[in-house]
Design a protein around this ligand. Sequence first.
Ligand code: GTR
Length: 417
Amino acid sequence: MSLLLLTCPVNGAEPPAWPINEEESAVPAYVLPELMKSEDGKPVKSVDDWRWKRRPELLRIFEEGMYGKAPARPALVYEVLEEAVPALEGKALRKQVRVYFAGKKEGPSMDVLFYVPSAAAGPVPFFWGLNFQGNHTVSADPGILMPRLPAEAPGNPRPKPLLAWKRGDQADRWQIEWVISQGYGTATAWYEEIDPDYDDGFKNGVHGLFPDLEAKRDGTTWGSLAAWAWGLRVGMDYLEMEPRCDARFVALHGHSRLGKATVWAGAQDERFDVVISNNSGCGGAALSKRWFGETVGRINTSFPHWFAGNYRQWNGREAEMPYDQHELLALVAPRGLLVGSAEDDKWADPEGELIAAKQASPAFELLGEKGLAAETKRENSAVSTGNPGYWQRPGKHDVMAEDWKRWTAFLKARWGK
Ligand code: GTR
């Protein structure tokens, strides 16, 4: 029994501040806000209603209430660290580029690692996503530049694990050879080069580039998820310039916390033709009002730097929230959205992710997409042929070869290549 609902101290211990439920039978009834009704109570009936009224309204709700407002992106400034060279036994070309965040060649920057099929005759579709442990971990390829250690700062716990992360440690999660074999390119950068993932009062990473914004910090100012999403959009600014990338066909993908950042970036930025959420859970694709797995109170307590301050007002008060994550997913419409869950990943609430995708469907349908295929079930997701697509694989919270296969099948169905 994993239902933890303690109302009084047991043996002198304090009850958990944010009780967690992982039993389906214990999920109470909940009511979702209506996606296709504007704040003024009017129904969303036409493409124009969606495009000019509901979509901007929802973007503002998530920006001010949850992830926080990000500054404008800088002018694109980059430095080619390595021009395309043969790699992966000649199957790919590898390129490495440093993209600066200050609009000049100093200050924080991210190193973007690219592979494209060496056989490609022209620009190819691309996967673009952030990695957890440094570019050198996504493949054993010895040519990948080692990440620079994040700036030392009081309380910075990061350099130590970074030194322990080995080349190729995360290769299973990236499947680069397989992606190349499918005729696609792939690009990645280490998320902590955008904003180190610990609570430092928003001084380091790209937050530190905007002192005026920090001086006025309030409940609507950006947190780390918004910073990673911003970095993903800066990366897209580069991909649009990259001659080997066909920027009309870019699939943004992210796992777990990076899945949350991915969904937020993809919701805002229509240049991403496909958005893939992998096990993104609470604050990503999973509904907040469904009491299962991680909760708003819990995530804001464990990770106080991830969201805008305003989000904390919903700690323990999910039932009163005026929005929920199906409305975030709907912002991807009519572009491609694929939500992936793992069966044993209760913390991320696979069922809540499926329901959110289903509840986002009316926006996709209004805009001419098929919507989540009616027959989609968690246990039989292979039939998920619609848009949004949904897929659940057996196993735990992770990115696996099967996930990449499913993602690629979704892209091939959408792009015809
Ligand atoms: C967990 C967190 C999740 C998820 C995960 C991850 O600790 O509670 O929301 O983001 O980390 O990113 O690996």
